[in-house]
Design a protein around this ligand. Structure first.
Ligand code: PMT
Length: 444
């Protein structure tokens, strides 16, 4: 078991957010459900050279309406897609473009500007900009500011889907996220070039809502509540070098653990083998097989108030793991598989039991199959997702259909960290209706 404190990035999804910020009354966005997280924030909005740059005046307007002070910085490419005059008008500030502009530097030099910012937001962030930043390159004003700042950085990627999928871009994304840079999106959909896939910039309203949510201090509505979560795949050994597994990366389960911990819960995360970092404030138990996950969960479940089974647990394992590496002999071979324990169903059968939440990973008939699992396993709530190539498993974003006895809600495609917050909202809302004793006195 190990615990981790103070990490900001949870498997690609940044969690500790941008830090609480004292809000002020009178924010017009509050009426629209957007709170005061951006009130008085000083934001450098970097705009780089992608077609989505045409949306940046609207983004500036929405940031300003949410109470932020915005300084726009354009890359050379951005000027091909958006006018300086429009950005100047909506931000009320001279747009900065050039590292070597003596007038602008005399007003506020680039180092001063980097210190001024509470946050650097780059939207759209092109593959070229992301590559420069990942490599620590500073060929222009915007990249120089990014290298010079200590403020949190948020990138909103926008590019052709093949450029996003390119392994160099993905490696750069990973490097930046490991350094605590936060990414919003990209969204999936039709692109300016006619392709369909991930690479669209999030809409300005979505960007502002995401920033606002992360900037607001999370509610401590799970203080003292014990939340047990499973995440990741299991590995079922065939012999000492081979195993049966699946495509789960752990991202969804780790995002849920981070979301619960951010609300003050005492989180235990039982995880199969993944490359994610134990979220801040959670205790992590690493396991490998379904049997190990079952034992770890059953050892903790009686003390839990909420259980969330997000792991992709192998349904079957080899009846016998060969003690030595199996040799290649015949043209074909068969493996005898036996059922592995059903962790979720076993928790649901405990009495008393925690509020029990399952997931359903389906390739078809999402609602019908998930509804059957909800009933068959006797769950309180189930979150269903469609899985397949670039869907559900090992992706940055996802979409969920949440079902409970007598109700349902669709959570639209979003970053897994966002979905985790939304799903926790639903779980907390329903959990609080179920009377059960909660020990508020213990400490970890
Ligand atoms: O990890 P990521 O890459 O972020 O991907 C997220 C995810 C796709 C893995 C996640 O969103 C998800 O769907 N998790 C459940 C995967 C799964 O195994 O679904 P299922 O429909 O096969 O199982 C139904 C439920 O029973 C799940 O809650 C599962 O944890 C549980 N189960 C299944 C088999 C078993 N032996 N024991 C179990 O507890």
């Amino acid at each position: 078991m190990h615990a981790a404190w103070g990490h900001r990035t949870v498997c690609g999804q940044v969690w500790a957010g941008l830090g609480p910020f004292p809000g002020k009354p009178g924010n017009p966005w509050a009426k629209l459900g957007v709170m005061d997280g951006l009130q008085d924030r000083k934001i450098i909005l970097g705009v780089t050279g992608g077609i989505a740059a045409y949306k940046s005046p609207d983004l500036v307007r929405k940031l300003a309406a949410a109470g932020a002070e915005v300084q726009v910085v354009l890359s050379a490419g951005a000027t091909q897609f958006v006018g300086v005059a429009a950005l100047q008008a909506v931000s009320g500030k001279r747009v900065r473009q050039d590292l070597w502009d003596p007038d602008a530097e005399a007003a506020m030099g680039h180092i001063e500007l980097a210190r001024w910012a509470d946050m650097i937001l780059v939207a759209p962030a092109t593959a070229h900009f992301i590559a420069n930043l990942a490599g620590g390159q500073a060929p222009d004003l915007l990249t120089t500011l990014c290298v010079a700042t200590r403020a949190p950085m948020v990138l909103v990627p926008a590019m052709n889907q093949a450029m996003w999928a390119n392994s160099a871009t993905q490696a750069n994304r990973e490097r930046l996220q490991q350094r605590g840079v936060r990414l919003l999106g990209p969204a999936f959909g039709e692109q300016a070039c006619g392709d369909v896939g991930p690479g669209r910039m999030l809409e300005p309203a979505e960007i502002v809502a995401e920033l606002d949510q992360q900037s607001s201090a999370p509610q401590q509505d799970l203080a003292g509540v014990r939340v047990l979560i499973t995440a990741g795949p299991t590995r079922e050994p065939i012999d000492p070098v081979r195993y049966i597994t699946n495509r789960s990366s752990g991202k969804m389960g780790y995002a849920l653990a981070a979301a619960a911990a951010a609300r003050g819960a005492r989180v235990t995360l039982v995880s199969g083998p993944v490359a994610c970092t134990c979220p801040s404030g959670a205790q992590c138990i690493d396991v490998e097989t379904a049997e190990e996950m079952y034992r770890a969960v059953m050892g903790e479940a009686r003390d839990a108030d909420i259980f969330i089974g997000c792991a992709a647990v192998a349904d079957y394992r080899p009846a016998q793991a060969a003690p030595q590496k199996m040799k290649r002999k015949d043209a074909s071979m068969s493996l005898e598989l036996v059922r592995s324990p059903d962790v979720l169903a076993s928790v649901a059968q405990l009495s008393p039991r925690p509020y029990t939440v399952g997931f359903a990973a389906e390739t078809q008939a999402l609602e019908r199959n998930a509804g059957s699992k909800l009933k068959a396993k006797g769950l309180d709530l189930i979150a269903a997702n469609l899985v397949g190539p670039k869907m559900g498993f090992d992706t940055e974003d996802n979409a969920l259909l949440v079902l409970w006895p007598g109700g349902s809600k669709r959570l639209q495609r979003a970053a897994k960290s966002t979905l985790a917050t939304q799903l926790m909202d639903l779980i907390v809302g329903r959990f609080k209706r179920v009377p059960r004793p909660i020990d508020m006195t213990g400490s970890d």
